[in-house]
Design a protein around this ligand. Structure first.
Ligand SMILES: O=C(O)C1=C[C@@H](OP(=O)(O)O)[C@@H](O)[C@H](O)C1
Ligand SMILES: C=C(OP(=O)(O)O)C(=O)O
Length: 450
């Protein structure tokens, strides 16, 4: 997706004029959309993805699958803020072919989920992406695929760029993998495994596995298209997942709103002592963003889930927290921003692997918050945040969408925060600046509550 030329290089983050009172419709989940695309592409019949997220990461996934021969037809119906409201994608599986090139951008889901798919194609598939994608861990996936029968040329880097020489099928079987640097390694192997001759048995060895809800999302979505999956939770061995080979069904899937992208809007209610409703918040979900109900309540406020959605109401006071965020690592930048505005210190733990995300998020948050007058220190696996009065300045974002939304949260309460390259939010939420401005405008449909 091309980034909007209308956005300035330095975006003046709006200060909240008062307590926000808004309803914000958040576009679909990145993680669900990209899993839905992969599973539909591997199915034995066509399927639908309704209200998919259209963002850089998901369009890269769709483009890559098209390059391998999958049909993806978009039925577009634009809505006010350009959100994905009425859209649907029809996915028509086909034989997977090379030669082809997959551009991963800086999408963890594309760079991890597609190499296993590429082993099923009948030709060479070249993988390349943004400079940062070369630095993000991939060796675990490469080695596991080799152990399962794949031929991959990565010039011994254990990273991108690389070529997967698809042989039209993969033997599969049992494999050990250290996925402590990214849960996406496990998800990647499981998602394609129904199409491996022997399925797969993935055994995670090594330090703790982060982002467990995302692995549960993979398992749930596999099961929903007919795959048989054994998990540690279901009385199986700890850290072992098994997928039986078999055909996948075409499905009609409605994508849930992206609850991690709901974070900055909920944070606005917390920071301003206001009220924000997110429609269509699912009653049951595997998305890690659901944990915001508990986390933001602990930081000051209350929430209520009704048939209108999730309403979060800030109490006007923000308390620091001591929290292990290993399950919900992608929420860390937004939580750190709120913590920097709190009235007591916070310790965020269990997120060492964030050093290998879009950017080194622990270093970037420390530097940027401290340059605005904050007092943040990095620990071995997280951050200590001691709130201090902050001042304006440029908040650099390092091509990280969640750094940009974190900066916007700070800007609600601090005059003169300028967000460098807010357009980087296009990775998962191209509508962010418009949605944010609408939320703060009492005369807009978002700011005018029904
Ligand atoms: O599988 C997924 O959709 C994701 C898993 C997590 O990755 P890590 O386990 O690498 O943190 C998360 O941070 C990322 O935003 C999305
Ligand atoms: C870590 C993230 O993304 P990715 O899917 O690129 O890993 C994220 O969205 O916070």
């Amino acid at each position: 997706m091309t980034e909007s030329p209308a956005l300035p290089a330095l975006w003046p983050a709006p200060v909240a004029p008062g307590a926000v009172d808004a309803t914000v419709t958040v576009p679909g989940s990145k993680s669900v959309t990209n899993r839905g695309l992969v599973l539909a592409a591997l199915s034995s019949e066509p399927g639908w993805l309704r209200r998919p997220l259209r963002s850089r990461d998901t369009l890269l996934m769709a483009e890559a699958l098209r390059a391998l021969g999958v049909g993806i037809e978009e039925t577009a119906s634009s809505s006010s803020a350009g959100t994905s409201g009425g859209e649907a994608w029809r996915i028509i599986p086909a034989g997977l072919h090379g030669p082809a090139t997959v551009t991963v951008g800086n999408a963890g889901t594309v760079m991890r989920f597609l190499p296993p798919v590429a082993t099923l194609a009948d030709g060479p598939i070249r993988f390349d992406g943004d400079p940062r994608s070369y630095e993000r861990p991939l060796g675990g996936v490469i080695n596991a695929l080799r152990a399962l029968g794949a031929r991959i040329d990565d010039d011994n880097r254990g990273a991108l760029p690389m070529t997967v020489f698809g042989g039209g099928a993969l033997e599969g079987g049992a494999v050990e993998i250290d996925a402590s640097s990214s849960s996406q390694f496990v998800s990647a192997l499981l998602l394609s495994a129904p199409r491996f001759n022997q399925g797969v048995e993935v055994r995670h060895v090594g330090a703790a596995l982060p982002s467990m809800p995302h692995i549960r999302m993979t398992v749930d979505m596999l099961r929903s298209v007919g795959a048989q999956v054994d998990t540690p939770e279901a009385g199986g061995e700890p850290n072992v997942w098994r997928v039986t080979p078999g055909a996948l069904l075409g499905r009609d899937l409605v994508v849930e709103p992206d609850l991690s992208n709901a974070q900055p809007f909920l944070a606005a209610a917390l920071v301003t002592g206001g009220r924000v409703t997110i429609p269509d918040w699912p009653e049951h979900t595997t998305q890690p963003g659901d944990a915001l109900r508990e986390i933001f309540t602990a930081m000051g406020g209350s929430c209520e889930l009704t048939d209108r959605g999730l309403t979060f109401t800030g109490s006007g006071r923000i308390q620091g927290i001591d929290a292990d965020l290993s399950e919900v690592g992608e929420l860390t930048p937004g939580i750190a921003a709120v913590a920097a505005l709190a009235d007591s210190p916070s310790t965020l733990r269990g997120v060492a692997h964030l050093r290998l995300h879009e950017t080194d998020r622990l270093a970037a948050l420390t530097k940027e918050l401290n340059e605005l007058g904050g007092d943040v220190t990095e620990t071995a696996d997280g951050l200590h945040i001691r709130p201090r009065p902050l001042h304006g300045g440029i908040f650099h974002t390092y091509e990280d969408h969640r750094l940009a939304t974190a900066a916007a949260i700070i800007g609600l309460a601090v005059e003169g925060v300028e967000v460098e390259n807010v357009a980087t939010t296009a990775k998962t939420l191209p509508d962010f600046p418009a949605l944010w401005t609408e939320m703060l405008d009492p005369t807009s449909p978002a700011g005018r509550r029904a």
